[in-house]
Design a protein around this ligand. Structure first.
Ligand SMILES: Cc1cc2nc3c(=O)[nH]c(=O)nc-3n(C[C@H](O)[C@H](O)[C@H](O)COP(=O)(O)OP(=O)(O)OC[C@H]3O[C@@H](n4cnc5c(N)ncnc54)[C@H](O)[C@@H]3O)c2cc1C
Length: 465
């Protein structure tokens, strides 16, 4: 990932993003057959289903949760403005399909907030200090890029040792805040291969609203967790509490943590190669604490983004006065964020208030009118925030894209350069859909990939059909 000295908002590509509460459910009984069944109605699943519908093939998306959108979730009920509990920013406007899709869906998009501030204790960083910090970011990033050309080590192990007072902040911005993991747990190669994520663009109605809207015309069965998939090189049967669906191919978009946790059983088992790859691409931790702070007690501008000079991982990123409202969000991530979110919402809110008081004085605590915090690690059908390769594990992304019989994995973790993003998930869904269409003979322009053969089974364990 190349990084310019433009700003730290771009540097921190994982800067995260609305619940699409009350998404449309499949009104009819679950179909018993489809050409392709898609598991999961996040960005990847919706993109895959749209591609299959465009090829005039029968598709059904089965989603465990009672809503669509997955890690894109806009809460439109709690605060005066939409609150993106998951993904918030779209990057790379020239190539990001989500931006065009948002426009054509009639939603409003706007460029990133201009105000990016760094606090040094109770004051703003001086111009020279900000320059110094941005230079430290560039050097750290360059060191990671260079190291990644030789061997896949941890990002932390190759950081320049002389980043001085900015070492902790650079670690936070490039590690926890960008990927959900501390740099010691991040593969230098994975980080370096990630496509630059320039410019942060938001959707006023919420990114979760956008993704749910894009799924409006897709046949979708909500609250339908897949428990087992019986597969072969020829067909699949997907089992849910609402019944079984037989299909010629399946696209599985669940997160790497859900796949590795074995919550979906496979008959026969899926190859260890793919299961190991999913485990090596485990999800980092990224959560958002939202505080309604009427009267602007922090004295900040509309959409100001603030980080602090910190020498520990106990730090956060503030997004203040969102869209001119009194809603402020405090993002916590990495090992610190994971421990904090495990302690529950009251502890998260207490940290946010204490952190704001440290940087802006005590008035913030008294001003909190309403609060809410996400806890993605304990969200049962997600289990974390975004995938990051462990040191040495960058090749795992490609492994996840290998077909398994007539099953295809998709989702952000399967994207080699746009992992951890919504557009990456979207593209991965389209890619998997094309592969599935080819497998069932609906696209004839390219040869069919060689299938991974299902291991021989005893008769009673054999795949259905
Ligand atoms: C806090 C946070 C901030 C983020 N910020 C950004 C950002 O600013 N910009 C950005 O581009 N990206 C951001 N991301 C990452 C982005 O949200 C993800 O990369 C993307 O949404 C992943 O989409 P997906 O379709 O791959 O997976 P998911 O959204 O996880 O979709 C998978 C779906 O599978 C379903 N499922 C699971 N198990 C089953 C089962 N057994 N049966 C049926 N369905 C099942 C799940 O419920 C889920 O809906 C952020 C993520 C988080 C958590």
């Amino acid at each position: 990932m190349t990084m310019t000295r433009r700003d730290f908002l771009s540097a921190s590509a994982g800067l995260a993003a609305a619940p699409a509460l009350g998404a449309r459910a499949w009104g009819a009984p679950l179909p018993r057959e489809a050409d392709v069944v898609v598991i999961g109605a996040g960005a990847a699943g919706i993109a895959a289903a749209r591609r299959i519908m465009a090829a005039n093939r029968r598709v059904i998306v089965v989603e465990a949760a009672g809503r669509s959108g997955g890690r894109c979730l806009t809460d439109t009920a709690t605060f005066e403005v939409p609150f993106d509990r998951g993904a918030r920013w779209m990057h790379n406007p020239d190539t990001n399909p989500m931006i065009k899709l948002a426009r054509s869906a009639g939603l409003d998009i706007s460029a990133a907030p201009p105000g990016q501030k760094i606090r040094v204790g109770r004051r703003n960083a001086r111009a020279g200090e900000t320059e110094e910090f941005l230079a430290a970011l560039v050097r750290a990033n360059r060191a990671i890029d260079e190291a990644s050309r030789k061997v896949d080590v941890s990002c932390a192990s190759v950081l320049p040792k002389d980043l001085g007072d900015w070492a902790g902040t650079a670690e936070f911005v490039l590690g926890a805040n960008a990927t959900g993991k501390d740099l010691k747990d991040v593969s230098a190669m994975d980080r370096a291969r990630a496509q630059e994520r320039n410019t942060a663009i938001s959707c006023r109605q919420g990114l979760g609203v956008l993704v749910a809207k894009l799924g409006d015309q897709v046949p979708l069965s909500l609250s339908t967790p897949v428990s087992r998939i019986a597969w072969s090189g020829r067909d699949v049967t997907v089992e849910t509490p609402a019944g079984k669906i037989a299909a010629r191919a399946a696209i599985i978009t669940v997160s790497s943590n859900v796949l590795a946790a074995g919550h979906i059983k496979f008959t026969p088992d899926i190859p260890k190669r793919q299961l190991d790859a999913a485990a090596k691409l485990s999800l980092g931790s990224y959560d958002r604490i939202a505080l309604q702070l009427p009267g602007n007690p922090l004295g900040l501008g509309r959409d100001d983004v603030v980080i602090e000079q910190s020498n520990s991982t106990r730090t956060a990123l503030l997004f203040a006065n969102m869209g001119g409202s009194s809603l402020c969000t405090i993002d916590v991530a990495g090992a610190f964020g994971r421990d904090l979110s495990a302690q529950g919402e009251p502890a998260m809110v207490a940290f946010a208030v204490e952190w704001l008081a440290k940087l802006f004085g005590g008035e913030a605590a008294a001003a909190v009118k309403k609060s809410s915090a996400t806890r993605w690690n304990s969200s049962p059908f997600i289990l974390g925030a975004m995938s990051v390769a462990a040191p040495g594990a960058q090749p795992s992304r490609k492994i996840l894209t290998e077909p398994i019989g007539c099953m295809f994995l998709a989702g952000e973790a399967t994207h080699e350069t746009l992992w951890g993003t919504v557009d990456g998930a979207w593209e991965s869904g389209e890619r998997a859909a094309e592969a599935a269409l080819r497998r069932i003979g609906a696209l004839r322009d390219e040869p069919v990939d060689a299938p991974v053969r299902a291991p021989k089974q005893r008769r009673q364990g054999a795949p259905i059909n």
